[in-house]
Design a protein around this ligand. Structure first.
Ligand code: GLV
Length: 326
């Protein structure tokens, strides 16, 4: 039996799984993160921690939690956790890959289509009673998607799932950047590995699917946008700080690129000033990539299963640092 802290609301099923395994669970059933001081106090006796991407788990948290053995992040991204520091202290960390791949790719593609065909603007137009006549060239002309070039920045699991939708569903040519050649995707989809500048120059739609790291922080600045087509659309379902939002606003206002769809934000949930006021061809969503009921429940189940395995002395299926710990 171990002491487990669940930092935020995860639904009853995950809590029950832990309690059925006879662990002592402290469940903070709230929908916002604790402040850092509160987290440091709450974690004091924890051996296991279930946290969300909005919890910052850093060395100060580790200092406050001398008994901590394992952290199960209920997210695939784990830039909220200092994994290197956790490893140095022998603390296991896990994430929730795979179960959210398809839902997140669906969302990226939904954003792409909605942006290209201007659906949020169209909806607002209808509700404002502006549809008075059919026009051959209406004010809300969109962009073709079928047969266009899709650039995937980061051909991991989610990037490949977005690419599959583009290539197989929409006849798109797929370009990608990655640290290594992705032979399976190249064979399946005819995808082509290119340099980042080549991807920017040639793509009609650019989907960001890299994790947030020091290398990808502000990967998209005004300089980047200037290398894109003026008709290009940018879709970000990864992490907000990969885009310098002030620069994106300049690029949109100046027509440097055609449009952008953002599911994640630089200072989430705060909005960069000006972002929410800019309506034309900027689509905003509140970090909904994996947000279907089914997928979110699977994420919780995956995180809890990982934690149970780790606390039982097994290697959790989605451990991020198990090899470094042995
Ligand atoms: C969501 O952003 C996740 O990393 O799971």
């Amino acid at each position: 039996m171990a002491n487990i802290l669940i930092t935020q609301h995860i639904g009853g099923a995950g809590v029950q799984m832990l309690r059925e395994a006879r662990h002592h669970v402290t469940y903070r059933d709230k929908t916002e993160p604790m402040g850092q001081a509160e987290l440091q106090t709450a974690v004091r006796h924890a051996e296991g921690l279930v946290c969300l991407l909005t919890d910052r788990v850093d060395t100060a948290v580790f200092d406050a939690a001398p008994q901590l053995k394992m952290i199960a992040n209920v997210a695939v991204g784990y830039d909220n956790i200092d994994v290197r520091a956790a490893t140095a202290r022998g603390i296991l960390v896990s994430n929730t890959p795979d179960v959210l791949t398809e839902a997140t790719a669906d969302h990226a593609f939904a954003l792409l289509l909605a942006l290209a065909r201007r659906l949020p603007e169209a909806d607002a137009y209808m509700r404002a009673g502006k549809y008075e006549k059919f026009e051959m060239f209406p004010p809300l002309l969109g962009l073709d998607v079928y047969g266009k070039t899709l650039g995937i920045v980061g051909m991991g699991r989610i990037g490949a799932a977005v690419a599959r939708r583009g290539a197989l569903g929409f006849g798109m040519k797929v370009l990608y950047t990655a640290n290594s050649v992705k032979t399976a995707v190249e064979q399946e989809l005819g995808a082509q590995k290119v340099t980042f500048p080549q991807l920017l120059h040639q793509s009609d739609f650019v989907s960001i699917n890299v994790p947030l790291t020091p290398e990808t922080y502000h990967l998209f600045t005004l300089d980047t946008f200037r290398q894109m087509k003026p008709t290009a659309c940018l879709i970000n379902t990864a992490r907000g700080p990969i885009i310098k939002e002030d620069d994106l606003l300049v690029a949109l206002r100046q027509g440097t690129i055609w449009g952008a769809a953002l599911d994640v934000f630089e200072a989430e949930p705060e909005m960069t000033p000006g972002l929410a006021d800019y309506h034309d061809r900027l689509l905003l969503a509140p970090h909904l990539g994996s947000a279907t009921g089914e997928t979110r429940r699977k994420m919780v189940e995956t995180a809890v299963s990982n934690l149970l395995a780790g606390l039982a002395g097994q290697t959790p299926p989605n451990a991020l640092n198990a090899e470094q710990l042995v």
